[in-house]
Design a binder for this molecule. Structure first.
Ligand SMILES: O=P(O)(O)O[C@H]1[C@H](O)[C@@H](O)[C@H](OP(=O)(O)O)[C@@H](O)[C@H]1O
Ligand SMILES: [Mg+2]
Ligand SMILES: [Mg+2]
Ligand SMILES: [Mg+2]
Length: 305
């Protein structure tokens, strides 16, 4: 019985994200981040972003040559050194059963969205716990599988690094699920891109507490670990590579991630990769549609303009 393609892609992505995470730590240890500006001073790229992406895309495309892979850092030179090429599929993950509805998906139907280092700004500022490696697996236009690797997570046994994964129809792994305190509305949002519109959306939801952190991946981890009820970002800053993996993991867990109007983003290969309508993510325990309804129409209209 051959292993279903989606399970092999998840299993290789798990090991590849961890290898990319070790590259991120190696670059930091060497101390020369090789920072360049992409679309301005607010959009940085480091040697870690570039190298982690080379590792991920070279490894995945070597084993699955017919898969469409879209990386934040654009085209990468895939002639990488042998030590960056990951070929082992994660055996622990492969002990799980493939969801019935995903058994027959062909390689050509997958689109993989790669954010090799989410939280670059935080990485350059030493806020290392905000940094994640994101590999999102879409089938046709829907986010289905996700890996959120934290290169700087400290395990209780002293090990460094943690892999959080999710596959819709199967579930999640790698973290201790926790619900946030009842009777509160804790919202996580941007650490560095607060605008009047972002603030207006937050105010409309009357939060009891606001947690400002970097990284789309790290914000969704706040929801998974019971630190926040919702992630609200009324701005077009994020892209599909920021949200594909977090959406798949959160929704495999029973939560929801959409744009601010409550509509799911398409992850088809040919979409405009900008999340122009912001991000709204909620834990399973609260009504996503109820929260979306509380977002004032003028905010939606402004984002749509
Ligand atoms: O992978 P990077 O470029 O670090 O991803 C960015 C997002 O593009 C950006 O929108 C996020 O901004 P906020 O913190 O304001 O949500 C940033 O945190 C990173 O996720
Ligand atoms: Mg970036
Ligand atoms: Mg990102
Ligand atoms: Mg990035």
């Amino acid at each position: 019985m051959t292993t279903p393609k989606v399970m092999r892609i998840m299993a290789l992505s798990i090991n590849t994200a961890a290898r990319a995470g070790s590259i991120i730590r190696e670059v930091m240890q060497r101390g020369n981040l090789g920072i360049v500006e992409k679309e301005g001073k607010d959009d940085l790229q480091t040697e870690a972003d570039r190298s982690a992406q080379q590792c991920i895309i070279a490894s995945l495309s070597r084993k699955f040559p017919n898969i469409t892979i879209i990386g934040e850092e654009g085209d990468s030179n895939l002639n990488v050194k042998a030590e960056w090429l990951v070929s082992e599929e994660n055996e622990e993950f492969l002990t799980h059963s493939c969801p019935e509805e995903l058994l027959e998906i062909k390689e050509e139907e997958f689109v993989i969205w790669v954010d090799p280092l989410d939280g670059t700004s935080e990485y350059t500022k030493g806020l290392l716990e905000h940094v994640t490696v994101l590999i999102g697996i879409a089938i046709k236009d829907r986010a289905v599988g996700g890996i959120i690797y934290q290169p700087y997570y400290k395990q209780s046994n002293g090990d460094i690094g943690r892999t959080v994964w999710g596959l819709k129809g199967l579930g999640t792994g790698g973290f201790e699920p926790k619900s946030p305190p009842k009777g509160q509305m804790i919202i996580t949002t941007t650490r560095s891109h607060l605008t009047p519109l972002v603030q207006q959306a937050l105010d409309a939801l009357s939060p009891t507490k606001v947690i400002k952190v970097g990284g789309a991946g790290y914000k969704v981890l706040q929801l998974l670990e019971g630190k926040a009820h919702a992630y609200v970002f009324a701005s077009p800053g994020c892209k599909r590579w920021d949200t594909c993996a977090p959406e798949a993991v959160l929704e495999a867990y029973g939560g929801t991630l959409t744009d601010l109007a409550g509509i799911h983003y398409s992850y088809a290969a040919d979409v405009d990769y900008k999340n122009r309508m912001g991000v709204l993510a909620t834990i399973p325990e609260i009504s996503h549609s109820e929260i979306a309804r509380q977002v004032p129409n003028d905010i939606i209209a402004t984002l749509r303009a």
